[in-house]
Design a protein. Structure first.
Length: 381
């Protein structure tokens, strides 16, 4: 469906052509398949390019379900803020008051719920400890993909993963700046939701965030498969898996309420629209979500990060809010303009496409520039 503006059809046609070309360029740059949706007021544009299965040639379509990775964090943060609004959780209350067995002693007394949500807790990422071949992270050249295969069907207990992160050497002091991105924080938030609601985080988020937003194709997985039409997910791990391997069948207990959601680009755009309209959390909670601090991302870049949201803007342009996410083989980005009127969601079925240079740093790749161009036209075109 193209953007259809009866008041200015020439502008609409130009944007439609630019978006379609940008999606095709990402595919030509090396992504097997991708799909996107852009909304501008009541106008909708959707497109897809490439294949969902490199073996059969099955094409991608814009309505496919997809593993959206850490976009899940916005859902989890919103659920926690709902409980803050009800007085069951204090944003600046130490996590040790709720979960002393998981974060004991002085650290439990120093790390607040807010610090977990905005990644300033200082708690380490558990992933290199759960996946031994990634133990050398963030030194990419010394990692390997073997653990990805070893744990395809492993059912992790969240408390075991949390213990790995809590007992690992700290990556900062509680409340320190900049914070360091860590999935340990969001597994703890999942346990916190369980503690105060009496039900699993996944069930609470489903009933009070996903269903409240009216999302029809957004679910937490109950097994290793993606139910419904979906793409295969191809992981290259910086050229160490060649050709890239399909990880679309995978047990997602390794990330749970931090990054396991399945959704569609249409649902993501609807969710962020409902969130910024104040229909998931109240205005004061949304203001807290948009209160940012410096944080070092998993890619090693320092960005501004709020409570499950981060801003994205080009010089001289309006601010967008949202989140990105990756899993083994899949990636997604969803952003919404601060006024809620313009939204974009993009999903790709290849990850870690950059090869490494002699220093172990990812080399520039045409996909990077093509995706950046797509994001620019989707947000500001």
């Amino acid at each position: 469906m193209s953007l259809n503006d009866v008041e200015n059809p020439m502008d609409s046609a130009a944007l439609d052509a630019a978006l379609t070309a940008a999606v095709e360029n990402v595919h030509r740059a090396g992504i097997p398949g991708l799909f996107a949706e852009v909304r501008d007021h009541d106008r909708v544009w959707r497109a897809a390019a490439g294949v969902a299965d490199v073996t059969t040639g099955r094409p991608v379509t814009a309505d496919l379900r997809h593993r959206v990775g850490s976009i899940t964090k916005t859902f989890t943060a919103a659920a926690v803020l709902q409980q803050v609004e009800r007085g069951r959780i204090g944003l600046d209350t130490p996590i040790g008051r709720y979960l002393p067995e998981l974060v004991p002693g002085a650290r439990g007394a120093a790390i607040t719920v807010r610090m977990l949500i905005n990644h300033t807790s200082g708690l380490a990422e558990y992933l290199p400890y759960a996946y031994p071949s990634l133990r050398a992270l963030p030194v990419l050249a010394e990692t390997g993909p073997q653990s990805l295969d070893d744990h395809r069907f492993t059912r992790f207990e969240p408390t075991d993963l949390i213990e790995m992160g809590v007992t690992a050497p700290a990556v900062g002091t509680p409340g320190g700046s900049p914070g360091v991105y860590s999935n340990t924080n969001y597994l703890l938030l999942g346990r916190l939701l369980h503690q105060v609601t009496g039900t699993t985080a996944e069930r609470y988020i489903t009933r009070n965030v996903i269903e409240r937003a009216g999302l029809r194709d957004t679910v937490f997985p109950t097994g290793p498969h993606v139910d419904g039409p979906h793409s295969r997910l191809y992981e290259a791990w910086f050229g160490m898996i060649d050709p890239p391997r399909d990880y679309s069948v995978y047990d997602m207990s390794w990330v749970g309420p931090a990054a396991s959601l399945i959704s569609t680009v249409a649902d993501l755009n609807r969710f962020y629209g409902m969130l910024l309209a104040g229909k998931i959390v109240g205005a004061s909670s949304l203001a807290q979500m948009q209160r940012t601090v410096p944080m070092v991302s998993q890619e090693g870049r320092t960005i501004e990060y709020g409570l499950g949201l981060h801003p994205m803007e080009a010089p001289g342009q309006e601010v967008f809010w949202g989140h990105g996410g990756t899993v083994w083989g899949g990636g997604a980005l969803a952003m919404i303009r601060a006024d809620g009127k313009r939204r974009m969601a993009v999903a790709v079925n290849l990850q870690r496409w950059n090869r490494l240079d002699s220093s172990g740093s990812p080399r520039p790749h045409p996909v990077d520039d093509a995706l950046a161009a797509l994001y620019r036209v989707a947000m500001y075109g």
